[in-house]
Unconditional design. Sequence first.
Length: 566
Amino acid sequence: MEKSENNANENKTSLNFLEQIVENDIASGKHGGKVLTRFPPEPNGYLHIGHAKSICLNFGLAKKYNGKTNLRFDDTNPTKESTEYVDAIREDVKWLGFQWQEPVWYASDYFEKLYEFAEYLIQKGKAFVCDMTAEEMSKGRGTPQIPGIESPWRNRSAEENLDLFKRMRKGEFKEGEKVLRAKIDMTSPNMHMRDPVMYRIMHAHHHRTGNEWCIYPMYDWAHGQSDYIEGITHSICTLEFENHRPLYEWFLDNLDISENRPRQYEFARLNLTYTIMSKRKLLQLVEEKYVKGWNDPRMPTVSGLRRRGYTPASIRAFAEKVGVAKRENVIDVSLLEYCIKEDLNRNASRVMTVLNPVKLVIDNYPEGQTEQLPVKVNPEDPESCFKMVSFSRELYIEREDFMENPPRKFFRMAPGNEVRLKYAYVVRCDSVVKDDAGNITEIHCTYFPETKSGLPSDKKVKGTLHWVSVSHSYEIEVRLYDRLFTEPEPENVSEDTDFKDFLNPDSLKVVTGYTEPVAIGLRPGKSLQFERLGYFVVDPDSNEEKMVYNRVVPLKDSWAKIEQKG
C-alpha cells in the first residue's frame, strides 16, 4: 500500500502545473469532468515556432484527458487580417499532426452576441461611450505610480450611452471619433483595469463579415466572452496576458456569468536564441524583402521550418523537451536543431554528395572500369536495404578535404598521406595539378586493391573521405541556410539598435554540388543525409531540369556540447 501511494505521489509531481490543474478539476467534477481547450490565433500573419509550442500544449493537454480543442480565429482587426493567413494557419495545425473539433470557430461569429453583452454592461452602468482621442486617453491613463484621469464623458447616462453606441454601429461617426470603454477604476495599479477600450470604430472590410460592421471589439473584450460562448474549460495563454486576467474575470463577473465560466491560466512563452518571435517584425522582414516570404527557410514560421526540412515529429519533440514553465526563459536554438537531427538520423537515407568539388584521379585504377559497391541506405535502421554506388577512376572529393601543407593532426588528404575513400579503398596522394593561377585542379593518387571495404586489411588510416564518381554523378543546386541573426537575442541588445542590424549576411549561400543518382527526381520535402555534411531536403523549386536541396542542419551537434557543459 505504501509503495502504491509513493508511486502515485511521484506521478503527481511529474505532471506540469497545467496537468495538475486539469486533474484536480476533473477529480472535483468541475465542468462535469470535461476538458475543452482552444488555440486562438489572430489571422494577421503566419504561425511561428512559439505558436507551435502553444498548439502542442493545447491540443496535447486535451488529448491526454480525452478532451477536445477548438481552433478559433480571433479576427477582430480587419485592417490586418486576411483569408491567406487563415488558410495558412489551418494548414500548419494539420501539418503538426493535430485536428480541431469541427467546425472552425471565429470571434466574428459572435459579433452580434458580443454587441448584446456590451449593451448589457452599458445598461448596468459598467460601460460608456467616450469622445476622447487615442492621444488623450493615453495621456489620461497615468502611470503605474500615478492614477489616471477619468474621462469627461464617463458619467453619461445609460440611455445616452446606448443611443450613441447604436449610432456607432450604424456608422454615423468617423474612425477615432468615439469608443466604448469599460467603467472600472482609473486608480487601479493594473493599467489594464483603467477603463479599457471595448470597441473602436473601423470603416474597414472584414474578410468574413464584409461591410456589415464598422465597430470591432478589442481582443480583451472578445477573448473571454468567446471562451464562454464556446464552453472552454481551460483558457491557456502566455505570460504576457497574466496582467489581463483580472480584466478577463471582471467582464465575466459583470455579465453575471457564474456557471460554466472559463478560467485563464498562463505559461511562459517560447523565447529562442538567434530568433525573433514578433509577428510585426516578421512581417517587416517579409515586406522589406529581407527574406523571400513567410515560408523562407530562414524564418521561424511553421511554414518556413517545413520548407527548411523540419518534421512535425521533431517540432513536437522540441515542445515536449522545452516543457511547460511559469517563468520566462530563453531556449537555445541548438535544442531545436538537436530534435530534427534525432528524427532525421533515424529516418533519412544516406547519400554521398560533394559541394565544393576538386577532381581526384586514381592513376593505377583501370580506365573505363566501373565497380558497383554495396552501401546500406540507413545504417541506423535495422531493416534498411542496400543500394549500389558507382566507383570509377575519376572522382570528386571536397576541396576542404585536401591540404598541400597541412597542419599537425590533419588526417585527411595531403601529399604522401593515406586515407580511405568511404565504402571503397585506401588511397595515397602522390601529386597535384595546378592552373596558371596556382589553383589545384586535380589530385593524383594510388589505390590499394587489397584494402577494398569489407575485406581484411593490414593498412590502418585515420581519415575517411566521401566522394562521388565524376561520370556517374548529377549536378544539383544546394542552398546552405544558416541562422538568420548573428546575435543570440537580436531584440534585446540595446535600445539604440534595430534588430535588423543583426541580420546574418551569410544566412544563405547557394552552391553547385554533385550527388549520386538516387538523389535525383525525389519529391519536394524528401529528406536525405549528405554524408559528413548534414541533413538536406528537396525544395519545392525543384523541377525536371534542376534539383534544389536546402540544408536543414549540419551534422555537428552543438546541443550535446551545451548539455555536457551544463
